[in-house]
Design a protein around this ligand. Structure first.
Ligand code: FAD
Length: 378
């Protein structure tokens, strides 16, 4: 089979690896507009369950990925002067660039051709030149736009603003920090993803953003402002920018997932708010599901139909949980009157996927503390 892939992110690379592993005779070419070392952002997170899926799909890349991991089991919620830790949550962080390098190397070893610095504008020609065109071209997908009539995308630009920074302050665990100033409430989502660096994503509602005057600030001023808001959490370390800009989260859904020989996967197909840390997981698991559909069906149309039918319920379930989590952060200001232990509890249960019983099993000490309603000194 001849497969053209637009986008050398986690989804495109992982699908190429699995298809080439299944049949070395497939001719697979990835078109990626960036170079092999260019990337945006900092680290990404995987849960323990995702790692098990990665091992089952491809042990070689799993071994390389886990060598680079920073693992933790705590979620820390910081509110006022108190940090509440909730244990029993298995997560790992890795630099996005590191992950891409591992997948690029593995794909090339297997014989996948990766054409870097190749931005695709003429999607139609590329699709006529192959049996399968995989659109793994991310949240602002050119392919989804080109065939909008076929895919019928539903795009929802959310009101909150967020910005993705790094820092050398190390946050051991997924740390959710809330800070208030005269403009409003700022929330930071941070975690260590290498021995020296943490991801530090800051989010606020549009009123806070305007009142703080962030629209008028340049990159330096923004960095200083946000650094001041979280000064006590950064412990003297600076925030690091990687072309970081304030953006609005774009919620992506598509009524149709494929037509003829073209299929969307990863962020091009769906997004889930970063507060549940699932974008890369879902992209890679899409690739696993699609490769499995091709294992079961040799006809492209049958494989794509199987992919959509089997995968759509899983994605809809994730997007529903991510939606609740996103709404919680959009309304974070209304929870700021809660005591830290109460805030930690409502935060842990916000998506409807983690219950009181789950928390009691994972961290009985946390639940005991929550039920007592005291025991922490502010
Ligand atoms: C603030 C923030 C925090 C996040 N945190 C996490 C997290 O903690 N955990 C997590 O798992 N995920 C996280 N994500 C999500 C994650 O980055 C994405 O969900 C994931 O990378 C999706 O993979 P993908 O392969 O579908 O798309 P991408 O990784 O976006 O890859 C698409 C690729 O296609 C290329 N491309 C696009 N158009 C063209 C074209 N026309 N021609 C050629 N190439 C093209 C791009 O250069 C890019 O390399 C976060 C995202 C954001 C914005």
């Amino acid at each position: 089979m001849k497969i053209n892939i637009i986008g050398g992110g986690p989804a495109g690379l992982y699908f190429a690896i699995l298809m080439k592993k299944a049949d070395a005779g497939h001719q697979i070419r990835i078109y990626e507009r960036n170079g092999p070392d260019d990337t945006f952002g900092w680290g990404v997170v995987f849960s323990g369950k995702t790692l098990a899926n990665l091992r089952a799909a491809d042990e070689v890349s799993h071994a390389d990925i886990t060598k680079e991991f920073e693992a933790w089991d705590n979620v820390d919620v910081v509110h006022r002067q108190t940090k509440v830790s909730i244990h029993g949550n298995s997560f790992s962080g890795i630099a996005r660039l590191q992950l891409l390098k591992i997948l690029q190397r593995r794909a090339e070893e297997l014989g996948v051709e990766i054409k870097f610095h190749s931005e695709i504008h003429d999607v139609e020609s590329l699709r006529h030149d192959c049996d399968l065109l995989l659109a793994a071209d991310g949240v602002n997908s050119t392919v989804r736009l080109r065939y909008a009539e076929q895919f019928q995308p539903e795009l929802d630009i959310r009101a909150n603003r967020y910005i993705w920074y790094g820092t050398h302050q190390l946050f051991h665990g997924l740390t959710l920090t809330f800070r208030e100033n005269s403009a409003g409430v700022f929330a930071a989502h941070s975690y260590k993803f290498s021995p020296t660096t943490s991801t530090f994503i800051v989010e606020c509602d549009p009123q806070t953003w305007s009142k703080a005057g962030l629209e008028q600030m340049n990159s330096e001023e923004t960095l200083d402002y946000v650094g001041d808001v979280f000064a006590q959490d950064l412990n003297g370390h600076k925030l690091l920018s990687n072309n970081s800009k304030w953006i609005n989260f774009l919620l992506v859904r598509n009524r149709k997932w494929f037509f003829e020989n073209v299929v969307l996967i990863g962020d091009a197909l769906h997004t889930a708010h970063f507060s549940i840390g699932s974008g890369t997981k879902l992209a890679i698991e899409d690739a696993i599901a699609l490769a499995e559909s091709f294992r079961q069906h040799t006809e492209v149309s049958e494989a794509l139909d199987h992919f959509e039918k089997s995968r759509r319920p899983v994605i809809e379930d994730y997007q529903a949980a991510a939606f609740e989590s996103m709404r919680w952060f959009e309304n974070a200001a209304q929870y700021m009157n809660l005591r830290p232990i109460e805030l930690a509890y409502v935060l842990m249960t916000r998506s409807g996927r983690v219950s009181y019983d789950d928390l009691k099993r994972r961290d009985p000490a946390f639940i005991a503390q929550y039920e007592l309603g005291h025991g922490l000194h502010e």
